[in-house]
Design a protein around this ligand. Structure first.
Ligand code: 8Y7
Length: 291
């Protein structure tokens, strides 16, 4: 079991909300894209976002125990269409505003775009979740200016080509080195380490073997002392092991969530909130029992 966060690191402020990261937290995925991998188009009708449908999903996830909702307007699936900055803004800002107006939950903005980072923070977002680890021009400055926590995710290559024969000398050590470099950059631009969350980026430029190795040895990354976030829900690493289509990966996904939590992850990004909350509450009770 990993208890790697100090008391100070265990409490993190997400805009006006504080989360105790000694406990497991479930982040529910709300994709406002027409083309995301496992839930694209749920809230779209003739290319327009359906705010009401997205809010029904958001409310259900909060009722089921999600403490964070991750709002994304740009699909990072291999080969997905590029969206313009304005399109991304039009997709995500109304839903952030609607959630903040009626639900008690941390809103995470899944974006790499500096303009979206700035506007999402103004609309009430409490976390910046960037699969490009603030690597786009201007993203570090924009994120620093918001004073919000950031999740730095590792990706090898870019979404179009990342699954073409990804290679590492050692996947865990390489990603650890990558994080050290990105943390240094964040610090230089005014994002202190106590506002940084790390995510190894399951499925982003990784073979099945790399993904399994990363999960098995996740505690190496957790030992850096920063909170770890993981996203494996419905991903092909589950599909490839179990030979199951995307809508039959829940049970496999629960196994990954439990193992990640036991190895130090504190935020688990999922599509299926209720079952994951139960699995992690149960795991937490066992780990913290004095028997
Ligand atoms: C992740 C993510 C996606 C992940 C973080 C999908 C936006 C692909 N995956 N963000 N986003 N971590 N932090 O299948 O693993 O959900 S999109």
């Amino acid at each position: 079991m990993c208890q790697v966060l100090t008391k100070r690191q265990a409490k993190m402020f997400f805009a006006n909300q504080r989360l105790d990261l000694t406990q497991p937290h479930v982040m529910g995925v709300i994709n406002v894209t027409p083309d995301s991998f496992s839930d694209g188009g749920d809230f779209f009708s003739s290319q327009t976002v359906c705010l009401d449908a997205a809010m029904v999903r958001a409310r259900a996830m909060v009722d089921q125990g999600a403490s964070i909702l991750d709002i994304g307007g740009e699909s990072t699936r291999p080969g997905a269409d590029l969206v313009s900055v304005q399109q991304e803004i039009d997709r995500v800002i109304p839903i952030i505003e609607a959630i903040k107006a009626s639900l008690d939950v941390v809103v995470s903005i899944d974006t790499s775009t500096p303009e979206v980072i700035t506007l999402a923070a103004k609309a009430g977002a409490g976390l910046i979740n960037d699969v490009r680890a603030l690597g786009r021009q201007g993203a570090l400055q924009a994120a620093a200016h918001t004073k919000l926590p950031v999740c730095l995710m590792h990706m090898q290559g870019d979404p179009k080509t990342m699954q073409n024969n990804p290679t590492y000398s050692s996947v865990v050590a390489d990603i650890s080195d990558y994080f050290d470099e990105r943390i240094k950059q964040c610090n230089l631009f005014g994002i202190p380490s106590d506002r940084i969350i790390l995510d190894p980026g399951f499925g982003f430029g990784k073979t099945l073997r790399h993904n399994l190795q990363l999960l098995k040895h996740l505690s190496v990354l957790a030992n850096k002392g920063m909170p770890i976030l993981v996203g494996m829900s419905r991903k092909s690493m589950i599909g490839n092991v179990l030979n199951r289509p995307v809508d039959e990966r829940l049970y496999g996904g629960l196994a990954t969530a439990v193992m990640a939590y036991e190895r130090g992850a504190r935020i688990v990004r999922v599509h299926d909130v209720a079952p994951t909350v139960d699995a992690l509450r149960m795991t937490h009770a066992i780990i913290n029992s004095d028997a």
